[in-house]
Write a new protein. Structure first.
Length: 631
């Protein structure tokens, strides 16, 4: 069912929405824990018992983790990299020889063929030592050529490219353009067939392409000839192509420099009549954005693992500093304010670890749809990890703000908190900003309702389509909606889980139904205009995200408890994490506003853009004029 024409739109807006809608996966092949959670069904059995890594698989991963960390410690100085902005060729060669560019590539193509869990463990470890090196490897394998090639490539394409990629041929993914961020409908790069039909000819530029300046093989998104629709309109098509950087007409115009991640190769790429074989089209014409989204469903899992690694570093630094730093007659960890910051690092790291391992395990198990879970994991993890880093910097005080190079220069322990903060700031922006993640999750969470009742809100739907929607929706909601009110969430439900664990399971169960009701009420009251209420949708998503993380923590803790694997004080940490998540859930839920009406936020924003608040810019340098004048 299409929701694109549900409200009055300009043609540009309609086309942008159509492109985005066409890129979605149009069916749910497996159950999704989060999709059911947002629908009011707490199906704990989808994530419990926790998908623990087998001992054999864990041993394989541990060997690779130890090997790569030893290699990096012996051959790469992250602080020197900050100055040179280069990962030494010898390091890249060494990583390639260890198979680090083919971690998930099947052994038949020369890769290591490791599980998603072990892949994430390796990136987690590398990221804890050098974020730029972790980005090199993850941009190559999570969103670069290997992942989409494995899923969508032809046998011939796999035989041709995967062995090269496994041996160390660096890859990249080129989607973003100067005017294309979250709205791919604005894409200007084109791919047209040659007159003889044997080649695609690509023209355009791509911006912020990580690994692009040094990549040998790149996935390039480009606009291909439009498809004619039955109503006479044209449908914009975006397709994916495999491009080799030694192709005539390809050039790197500029290497970008950022506030952090100084060692990454990211730049502005130009394609000037780049001719590639027709068989280098990946998947089908018009399937490029869907390919990208499917790739990201698993690719996003790398970020939760990577930020969990950084958070572990923060925890270790915080623990050491709280124990060794003495002020006012004792260790600062004995003072409540400092102790609270230490607990943020401890509890946050525990939660991040649970989310990263759960989503990796679900991906390996392959029995659940994880498109929402991956997005929620990325959204939650990047936000919490930033809080942990900020708390650690505050705990270290001036030494947190001072660079590691400066600390080292004057003979102090040079914990790289300032560097970690700069390197980490990008995490809530890349692979879909946090705002975009919230919109993506809300769209997927509403999918069930839109499939049933979407035609009722579409003024272009026929009478027959509306009547069909009424019948379908009435049959479903007659049972679904009352169940949300009669949802039994009291003891002895989940009594089998134990004392405090059962209490929190009952809380998630109850809040899942309450959230589903509120989301349904918002949809009914606002109709198609709900998509404009981004703050409301964001708070709905934040509430569901907190419930998901609480369930992940409970699943891991309960599984470990059942198997007799709990660490000292793990019960205290897990319980504190759940208490913190409950408070965050209550806060975000209570802020959800479902009543229709004009947004005061948008009203004030329009006044600002119209110049009514220009008085706030008095007595400052004219930075806009100066910036534009010096181009």
């Amino acid at each position: 069912m299409s929701v694109v024409d549900a409200v009055k739109r300009s043609e540009d807006e309609r086309q942008a929405m159509q492109v985005a809608e066409d890129a979605r996966e149009d069916s749910w092949k497996h159950k999704s824990f989060c999709e059911e959670l947002f629908s009011g069904k707490f199906n704990f059995g989808l994530i419990y018992p926790f998908p623990e890594q087998s001992q054999d698989d864990k041993k394989i991963g541990s060997e690779h983790v130890a090997k790569v960390l030893k290699f990096l410690e012996d051959n790469l100085d992250p602080l020197t990299l900050e100055q040179t902005r280069e990962i030494p060729p010898t390091v890249i060669k060494g990583l390639a020889e260890m198979g680090m560019f083919g971690i998930k590539i099947p052994k038949e193509y020369g890769g290591l063929g490791l599980s998603q869990t072990n892949y994430n463990r390796i990136i987690h470890a590398v990221g804890s030592y050098c974020a730029s090196t972790a980005v090199l490897l993850s941009a190559h394998q999570s969103i670069g050529v290997p992942q989409p090639l494995k899923i969508f490539g032809t046998p011939e394409q796999k035989k041709r490219f995967l062995p090269r990629l496994a041996k160390g041929a660096i890859s990249a993914f080129a989607l973003t353009e100067l005017e294309v961020g979250s709205d791919p409908a604005q894409m200007k790069t084109t791919a047209t067939l040659s007159e003889d039909g044997k080649h695609w000819i690509i023209n355009g530029t791509k911006l912020w392409c990580t690994n692009g300046p040094v990549a040998e093989i790149i996935i390039v998104m480009a606009v291909t000839p439009p498809k004619k629709l039955p109503d006479g309109r044209e449908k914009k098509q975006i397709s994916a192509f495999i491009v080799e950087s030694n192709s005539p007409g390809f050039s790197v115009l500029y290497r970008c420099d950022f506030m952090g991640l100084k060692g990454i190769q990211n730049g502005l790429l130009k394609f000037d009549n780049v001719k590639i074989p027709r068989e280098n089209l990946l998947w089908d014409e018009g399937k490029g954005l869907k390919l990208a989204l499917v790739t990201l469903n698993t690719g996003r899992l790398t970020l939760p693992a990577a930020v969990a690694g950084g958070s572990r570093v923060c925890f270790e630094i915080s623990r050491t500093w709280c124990k060794e730093r003495s002020q006012w007659g004792g260790p600062i960890g004995d003072h409540e304010s400092s102790a609270a910051r230490l607990l943020v690092a401890a509890g946050g790291t525990y939660a991040l670890d649970a989310v990263a391992k759960l989503t990796s395990g679900l991906a390996d198990r392959g029995q659940t749809d994880i498109r929402i879970e991956a997005s929620v994991a990325k959204l939650f993890s990047t936000g919490l990890s930033w809080k942990i880093i900020d708390n650690t910097l505050q705990l270290r005080g001036g030494r947190g703000y001072e660079t590691a190079l400066s600390l080292k220069g004057r003979g102090e322990d040079y914990y790289p908190i300032e560097k970690l903060m700069r390197d980490s700031r990008i995490n809530s922006i890349i692979e879909g900003t946090s705002n975009i993640q919230r919109l993506f999750v809300s769209r997927e969470a509403l999918d069930r309702h839109l499939r049933l009742a979407g035609a009722l809100f579409n003024p272009k739907a026929s009478i027959g389509e509306k009547l069909t929607a009424v019948v379908k929706a009435s049959g479903y909601y007659a049972f679904w909606y009352p169940r949300l009110w009669l949802n039994f969430a009291f003891w002895p439900r989940y009594a089998w889980a134990g004392g405090w664990e059962g209490c929190y399971l009952r809380y998630v169960h109850k809040m899942s139904a309450r959230l589903a009701r509120k989301m349904f009420h918002a949809m009914v009251l606002n109709g198609p205009k709900l998509e404009k209420k981004q703050l409301t949708l964001g708070r709905i998503v934040d509430t569901g995200s907190n419930l998901f993380v609480m369930a992940a923590v409970l699943s891991r803790y309960m599984t470990r408890k059942k198997n007799g694997l709990l660490n000292p004080s793990e019960d205290i940490v897990a319980r504190r994490v759940c208490a913190s998540l409950k408070a965050a859930t209550c806060s975000s839920y209570n802020k959800i506003r479902i009543m229709p009406g004009k947004s005061p936020v948008l009203s004030l924003s329009k006044k600002i853009m119209a110049g009514e608040l220009d008085w706030l810019s008095e007595d400052i340098a004219d930075v806009i004029r100066l910036s534009r004048a010096k181009k």
